[in-house]
Design a protein around this ligand. Structure first.
Ligand SMILES: *Cc1c(COP(=O)(O)O)cnc(C)c1O
Length: 471
């Protein structure tokens, strides 16, 4: 066996041999026109030869003769596939998973007009930190503060890089070297890298856990108060539910206790939403506005979850607290850039002036079942022409994602496909590795394409890619 491997490895051509041969292949002409392209070609040839060596080192079932005779065709097809792929590292992905806020795929999508506004701001100078009236230096936060206050009913607002940074800044500003009281039922971990106990520690705060996993009472918070106590923190249990024999204390109840004892109450709302989703069948959850109204001193939430904007951490609340956040040196390190501010301002304006259907996240979440069914049926009809796969229209469920409403199943219609030859695992991989990556989900013996998260042009690309499987 080892000898056979050696023989195959020796049969692989050298980089310069491959390149000289490609000069006689018309389809490689465009990749050989100048020195820069030749450099890229050389890099890609190296990559492909490395892949060939890895294949030899794995198991194979063909004979040496078969290996040798198909080698050149294989090398060429691999090279063309690599060369035709966009060179950029960030690439378009078709999200056919039905997970609307897919963290791996960049969470919320911006509305087209918001994206255009961001591009304009990127290409030109702006009044980012300029007060045009006075000609003096201004604050970058004014571009979103008034909007955020109007939308949430808060007195003041502030924006940092993400919600994790918002919680960190809040802890560092108000609880450095002091106690923060949190219910044991709310010691959340989000996405592996954000854990409430660790963020508190990073902010210099001392976590004081009260209650139990399933039950925390107001008297538990009260009993934990000492002279060192800085604040009460509530954390939204974004990605799990404590169900059954449970009790938790509402923000409003804590505010009442806090007022008596002179302690502020702050909340990490996680996703947060401006919109009450109950009319779309989502469970009752306080909106950001309702949370602010309950009298909390500060409330934080993400920009790219249910808000449907850019990655950002938004903090709203009482003016005195916002001012103290601004004065913290850490704010400078966590500050948002102009493109984020443009994307956030644009998105917030859509909430003020437009409808929910203008915000892609909410448009996808609120798609009527009939619309989904007809879109899935059309895809099924187009794919029925493909002889290499079996296609079926099926009912399924989509997810909100991004740690929002984790237990909610959004009814949807999907196009389920199965290869006549080969496995669903191979088919899933084949879709993912095309010129445009198509991300699907495997469910039982099917590769599932959920139309909820597809955008214009995606269907055509899916149909085209699957034709290559038919080859
Ligand atoms: C998602 C989430 C975070 C982290 O937010 P990012 O904007 O991703 O930093 C923090 N806390 C809760 C409760 C969350 O759901």
């Amino acid at each position: 066996m080892d000898q056979e491997k050696q023989r195959r490895l020796r049969a692989l051509p050298a980089v310069h041999e491959v390149i000289s041969r490609l000069e006689y292949e018309a389809e490689f002409g465009p990749f050989l026109t100048n020195g820069r392209q030749l450099t890229r070609l050389t890099r890609v040839v190296r990559q492909v030869l490395q892949k060939a060596r890895e294949n030899v080192n794995r198991k194979y079932s063909d004979s040496f003769a078969e290996f040798e005779s198909s080698l050149w065709t294989w090398l060429k097809s691999q090279l063309l596939q690599e060369l035709n792929r966009p060179e950029t590292s960030l690439r378009r992905v078709i999200n056919a998973t039905g997970v609307v806020l897919h963290t791996n795929c960049g969470r919320a999508l911006l509305a087209p007009e918001v994206a255009r506004y961001v591009a304009e701001q990127a290409e030109r100078y702006s009044n980012l930190e300029l007060n045009i009236e006075t000609g003096e230096r201004g604050s970058r936060y004014v571009h979103v503060e008034a909007l955020l206050c109007r939308l949430t009913g808060a007195e003041g607002a502030m924006v940092v890089n993400n919600n994790a940074a918002a919680v960190l800044l809040m802890m560092n500003t108000f609880a450095q070297g002091k106690d923060v009281i949190v219910s044991r039922g709310e010691l959340v971990e989000v996405g592996g890298s954000f854990r409430i106990p660790e963020v508190l520690k990073a902010g210099g705060a001392n976590l004081v856990e009260v209650g139990t996993t399933n039950k925390t009472w107001l008297r538990d918070y009260e009993a934990a108060i000492r002279p060192e106590t800085a604040l009460f923190l509530k954390v939204h249990t974004s990605n799990y539910r404590v169900e059954g024999f449970t009790h938790s204390v509402s923000g409003a109840e804590l505010v009442e206790l806090g007022e008596k004892r002179g302690l502020p109450v702050m909340e990490d709302l996680g996703s947060g939403s401006f919109f009450d989703g109950t009319s779309l069948g989502f469970p009752i959850e306080p909106t950001i506005e309702q949370t602010v109204k309950a009298g909390l001193s500060l409330v934080t939430f993400s920009g790219d979850k249910l808000l449907g904007g850019p990655q950002a951490g938004i903090i709203v609340g009482k003016r005195v607290f916002i001012e103290r956040l601004r004065a913290n040196q850490l704010t400078r390190a966590l500050r948002v850039d102009k493109l984020t501010l443009a994307a956030l301002e644009g998105t917030l304006r859509l909430y003020e002036n437009g409808g929910l259907e203008d915000i892609p996240v909410w448009r996808m979440l609120s798609l009527p079942l009939e619309t989904l069914k007809s879109a899935a049926s059309e895809l099924v009809a187009a794919l029925k022409l493909n002889q290499a796969i079996v296609v079926e229209l099926k009912e399924d469920v989509s997810r909100v994602g991004g740690g929002a409403w984790p237990t909610v199943d959004l009814p949807t219609w999907v196009c389920a496909i199965r290869p006549k030859q080969g496995s669903v695992i191979e088919l899933e991989k084949f879709l993912r590795l095309g010129a445009v990556a198509i991300l699907t989900r495997i469910h039982k013996e099917w590769v599932v394409i959920d139309v909820r998260t597809l955008l214009s042009g995606d269907v055509e690309e899916i149909v085209r890619r699957l034709r290559e499987w038919a080859r």
